[in-house]
Design a protein around this ligand. Structure first.
Ligand code: FRU
Length: 697
């Protein structure tokens, strides 16, 4: 080690003191310490890496900073488990080169495969090599032992091997990085090229690696015979959610509905731009096919922003006709007017409309006023869907449905030029005659309305742009285990979010993993969708089990008393008069602090409300409510499974088709619980509460 540079000395001093203060906890009993989720004894952790199952043992590697509780000096930490619930942490598997004072290479995310047939040639004396493929991140320009010239901040794909079942690793310095750069046409992306996930493709007898061009929202698919030489086979993307960078992509097969029909799933992280209502990181998936070289998405897994399939379009404002000529009764400034071709003079860009034209009442700026009334039509479907933007005051700018001269629904924009879908549930007036009226009687700021694509459907239009694997804020960089049979796909995700990950109030560690989950592919509403099931030996960890049954819970609150801090809850109930029903957990004695997990019958969504969950002050987006769509079951009941740990809540709705994962930082005595039934009573409530033992003792 050289100490000639005072800057290095200073850095060393900082890292040394961080190491000293971040003392491992033997007991795992610090405030907020997860009791049945993996967290490192000390220091910062992010993405799960190299998940691999071998001979009864699950290995979990993870992005780890050996020198502190914030991101830095990225290395691969290591833990293993025989039951996916009890974990043993091992020494760091791949430590940042030059750590702590002179780092020349960090080990970013990647995966591990077991090279049974020694295709790599790294095997010795009958020992099966394990290969890790990861992203090398080089903070400084350098020439490597392989002779390759590396730019400052370059990201490239490298390999390492282990001959002792993943405990110690040797980097392949003779040739690393094995994929030094993206293809020539993406040369400008050398700093945003990362997160290889590797697997053996039986049908073509080759290794496949999927790598992300993060900023371009593309994945590149490479093939190899020996894990050392890689050929580019194809690319995929952009598709669906692209609100942030694409990271940690992987593809894997699953049978559909347990049949012999096998589909492939692309799963990837998006940061920021996660699920609606969240800020920061999220995980999306796309269902499709993979033939050994190319991933092709199923058309119904792609969200194009259009009306639901099979919609009857009532008015799309396309074509060269005035409003009057297309059958609308127009008054005021709209009398001789026509639809607009997008943005009008003096207006900020209008976005989100379909085709070339829309109704835009910014004709003479906000001063324009007038009304449009449609020809009467029969209300033929359950929903009327439309895109709307512009002013938000329904007294000034509005779109309404009138039946027998009476207004039955009214909507407006949200003081934004972006059009988004809104829908009216019109089942109550189905079969009747309706008229749509669009009016603008405002002349001040936001005195205009934008409307497009008025259509009839039995499905609600959604503004959702993706298939979300989890609808909560704390589920990122999900990865599946290599080495398990196809239909035992088991994933673990980082239970945190880049939005606030570095400031969550835990010490001396930061971040935990989600509980492992089995994935299956099921046809839901005519479409292949992922469903999740908690994986692991839960029985061994749970104790007792209190059962509460109520034929009816009246509107208001039903106290449950002391429940505990680590819980596994099963809750089923049926709709009566309530608008929402659920359970508050991790509450203090006077319920000034609690986390609500429940169901909203009016929107058919399961939700977690952490607005009053305890310490929410470290980030101003943290105190929020998260929602996932979930239909009432065929038998008229809703069922939720909830896992509560010292700093997290995970809810699995229905058969696992809707999950929400959320961190919470409750008060010290947060052991109480109660049921809530808002707006009336709820029927047939069955509740089973088990306490979960610590997996660390
Ligand atoms: C995702 C990520 C990866 C990268 C790693 C670095 O959370 O940004 O893209 O490999 O973290 O720690």
């Amino acid at each position: 080690m050289k100490f000639s540079n005072p800057a290095n000395l200073f850095l060393l001093a900082i890292s040394a003191s961080q190491v000293a203060t971040a003392r491992p906890s033997k007991t795992y009993t610090e405030m907020y310490r997860p009791q049945f989720h993996f967290s490192p004894a000390k220091n910062w952790m992010n993405d799960p890496n190299g998940l691999v199952y071998d001979d009864g043992t699950y290995h979990l590697y993870f992005q780890y900073n050996p020198g502190g509780t914030t991101w830095g000096a990225m290395s691969w930490g290591h833990a293993s488990s025989r039951d996916l619930t009890h974990w043993t942490e091992h020494p760091v598997a791949l430590q940042a080169r030059g750590f702590p004072d002179n780092i020349t290479e960090m080990f970013f995310s990647g995966t591990v495969v077991i090279d049974e047939h020694n295709t790599s040639g790294f095997g010795r004396r009958g020992k099966t090599p394990w290969i890790a493929m990861y992203t090398s991140y080089y903070p400084i320009e350098q020439v490597l032992p392989s002779g390759k010239h590396i730019r400052k901040d370059q990201q490239a794909q490298s390999i390492a091997y282990s001959l002792d079942k993943g405990m110690t690793w040797t980097t392949y310095d003779a040739e690393n990085p094995v994929i030094a750069e993206p293809p020539a046409r993406y040369q400008d992306q050398v700093l945003e090229f990362r997160d290889p996930s590797v697997f053996w493709h039986d049908a073509t007898h080759r290794w496949i690696a999927v790598v992300s061009l993060a900023k371009l929202h593309k994945i590149l698919i490479y093939t190899s015979h020996d894990l050392k030489h890689w050929d580019l086979a194809s690319e995929f993307g952009p598709a669906n959610a692209v609100g942030g960078v694409w990271e940690c992509p992987s593809i894997f097969p699953l049978s559909l509905d347990g049949s012999s029909d096998v589909k492939w799933v692309l799963m990837l992280g998006l940061n920021p731009g996660g699920p609606p209502g969240t800020v920061g990181s999220g995980t999306q998936y796309i269902v499709g096919n993979f033939d050994g070289t190319t991933f092709t998405a199923d058309t119904d897994s792609i969200h194009d922003g259009g009306a639901p399939e099979g919609s009857v379009i009532f008015e799309d404002f396309e074509g060269e006709k005035t409003f009057a000529e297309r059958g609308w009764t127009a008054t005021g400034d709209l009398t001789n007017a026509s639809p607009a071709k997008g943005t009008l003079a003096g207006q900020n860009p209008v976005t989100g409309f379909l085709g070339e034209q829309l109704l835009n009442t910014f004709l003479n700026g906000d001063a324009t006023t007038g009304t449009l009334s449609s020809t009467p039509f029969e209300i033929s479907h359950k929903y009327i869907n439309f895109l709307v933007g512009g002013g938000s005051n329904t007294n000034e700018t509005a779109i309404r449905l009138k039946v027998d001269g009476r207004t039955v629904h009214t909507s407006a924009g949200s003081n934004s030029e972006g059009l988004t879908w809104q829908s009216w549930d019109v089942t109550a007036v189905e079969g009747k005659e309706g008229v749509i009226e669009i009016s603008d009687n405002a002349t001040g700021g936001w005195g205009h309305i934008n409307v497009d694509q008025i259509s009839f459907s039995n499905m609600r239009a959604t503004n959702n742009v993706a298939n979300w694997l989890d609808w909560g804020p704390d589920f990122y960089a999900a990865l599946g285990f290599n080495g398990l049979p196809r239909d035992q796909r088991t994933v673990i995700a980082w239970m945190n979010n880049w939005q606030y990950g570095g400031v969550i109030p835990t010490d001396p560690w930061r971040s935990a993993m989600t509980i492992p989950r089995h994935l299956a592919l099921k046809t839901i509403d005519g479409k292949a969708a992922l469903v999740q099931e908690p994986a692991g030996k839960w029985k061994a960890l749970t104790r007792g089990g209190r059962v509460f049954t109520f034929r009816r819970v009246d509107g208001g609150i039903r106290e449950l008393g002391r429940l505990g801090k680590t819980l596994q809850i099963e809750l089923t109930f049926a709709r009566d008069k309530s608008s929402t029903f659920g359970i508050a957990v991790a509450a203090n004695r006077d319920y000034t602090s609690e986390t609500r997990v429940g169901y909203d019958f009016s929107t058919q969504e399961v939700f977690i409300d952490r607005t009053r969950s305890g310490n929410v002050s470290f980030d101003n987006t943290f105190a929020s409510v998260y929602r996932a769509p979930l239909s009432v079951g065929a038998d008229g009941t809703v069922s939720l499974r909830v896992f509560v740990d010292w700093s997290s809540v995970e809810v699995f709705g229905g058969e696992g088709e809707a999950t929400i994962t959320s961190q919470i930082f409750p008060e010290k005595d947060a052991v109480y619980g109660r049921l809530f039934s808002t707006g009336g009573s709820t029927n047939d409530v069955k509740l089973r509460v088990k306490e979960v033992d610590s997996a660390w003792r």
